[in-house]
Design a protein around this ligand. Structure first.
Ligand code: PA5
Length: 449
């Protein structure tokens, strides 16, 4: 069960200045219907991610079993859309102690921070490690750099056997990694060409590491399929969860100046879900002067950090709370506690977590801060699959409302090009010149010992 309660974004609860009118939603119904038709037409192209829930999983499950039987460690080398979803699924399903289970221990090498990479290399036994290099483009600097370090280490340790410790997940035709893999005879999995990085978690990108670590990928896809069946049938935004989330955020941003979208789970296993959402929302919609800044907040921790700001700062935020009804464990506070803290007696930690959320919601209503609550009965494979799909479709849909392309990221490329220039890559000499024109160190303050 997934329920979206959007009462507190509506004008009758938080006032017309900050809240959305039902008439505003009504006025968009025709536009949403047109967008809905376009999305359906695009299912074999730009919205191909909506078809991922229907893929066959036999090959990936077989591979996962082989890996589980032969390796003690599974390391993903990838970044952005080629890593965030993998981490999100692990944490959401297996919890923070995922490396204490009887599956290969799971690590991600994303950043090129040498200390982080070194720490992972310290933890693993390279002879017992399978590395899954994931990159759609096949050429992302961080991924290729980390891969190059691992490759050298593997070759030094294992000679020709190094190949048995690598799986590449990449575009079926393009990119350095595909060519290298073909040349060296390395096991490779495809990323569907029409699925971009941040929409790829339900492809081989996210499914292999999940299956290796014991996650039921069929149930995950079943949940996504259920969401797809519903969302492709109904265009009414009041009945379609993805369109409801998208339209509310669009109207809140465009009509009420809510340029920041806070996502605040009151269930920490969803912490990495927010990291995944941040990339999806920011990179897809932040273009051509449009977009909403996604902001991470964790309940209750950030009640003691950000809620002051959410209530009293400029009213530029819309908040989405994520709530999970069932907790796999709970602790009850005993009856015989000191009188001064007696109000806690007999409450469980989960109850307190939920009560704190309710208190926060009431405080935000009082400050007229629009907020919606997504409630999930339990955080299992099926519901997670649904939630992933709903947010992916909400993102693609919102991009269509803004009339922008939610599937590209032109502004990311420029920074990469400057980096190539600085690294001396052939063909990027002009970028290096441009960099030198742009970046100067003129005003500084330095404190020395
Ligand atoms: O969503 C995207 O396309 C990007 O954020 C990518 O996921 C990220 O840049 C990594 O790219 P690649 O998978 O090509 O290495």
């Amino acid at each position: 069960m997934i329920k979206i309660d959007f009462t507190n974004v509506m004008s009758d609860f938080i006032g017309e200045k900050h809240g959305i009118l039902f008439e505003e939603i009504e006025a968009y119904k025709e536009i949403v219907k047109e967008v809905h038709e376009k999305i359906k037409e695009e299912r074999d192209n730009s919205f191909y991610f909506t078809k991922l829930p229907y893929q066959h999983t036999e090959e990936i499950k077989k591979l996962a079993i082989e890996i589980r039987e032969n390796f003690d460690y599974f390391v993903v080398i990838g970044i952005g859309g080629s890593a965030l979803g993998n981490q999100m699924i692990q944490e959401a399903i297996n919890g923070f102690n995922y490396n204490n289970f009887n599956y290969p221990k799971f690590y991600i090498m994303d950043n090129v921070d040498p200390e982080k990479i070194g720490n992972i290399l310290d933890l693993i036994d390279i002879r017992k490690t399978m590395f899954n290099v994931i990159t759609k483009s096949g050429s992302t600097v961080e991924t290729i750099a980390n891969f190059a370090i691992v490759l050298t280490t593997l070759k030094d340790e294992l000679g020709e056997d190094y190949k048995d410790h690598l799986i590449f997940t990449t575009d079926p035709e393009k990119g350095f990694l595909r060519k290298f893999g073909e040349r060296e005879g390395i096991k490779m999995l495809d990323i569907p060409p029409k699925v971009g990085g941040r929409f790829s978690v339900l492809s081989n990108v996210g499914l292999l590491s999940s299956a290796v670590c014991g996650i039921d990928i069929d149930l995950l896809l079943e949940g996504a399929r259920k969401a797809d069946e519903l969302c492709m049938k109904i265009s009414n935004p009041l009945e379609n969860p993805a369109y409801l989330i998208g339209l509310i955020h669009y109207l809140a941003c465009e009509r009420k100046g809510k340029h920041i979208s806070v996502m605040m789970p009151y269930f920490e296993r969803l912490s990495s879900f927010v990291d995944w959402y941040r990339q999806l929302w920011a990179e897809s919609l932040g273009k051509e002067g449009f977009g909403q800044t996604p902001l991470k907040s964790i309940g209750t921790i950030d009640q003691h950090s950000q809620i002051q700001l959410f209530r009293e700062s400029p009213k530029d935020k819309i908040i989405t709370f994520l709530r999970v009804l069932e907790s796999s464990r709970d602790y009850k506070i005993p009856k015989d506690i000191p009188e001064e803290i007696g109000y806690l007696a007999n409450h469980s930690l989960k109850e307190i977590l939920d009560i704190e959320l309710e208190g926060t919601i009431a405080a935000l209503i009082k400050s007229q801060v629009p907020n919606l609550t997504i409630t999930i009965d339990r955080l299992n494979h099926y519901n997670l699959g649904m939630l992933i799909y709903i947010y992916e479709l909400a993102t693609g849909f919102t991009g269509m409302l803004y009339k922008i392309n939610p599937f590209d990221q032109p502004a990311v490329e420029e920074g990469k090009d400057f980096a190539y220039g600085l690294m001396g890559r052939k063909g990027y000499e002009k970028k290096l010149e441009e960099y030198r024109e742009l970046v100067k160190e003129k005003y500084t303050l330095e404190i020395n010992d």
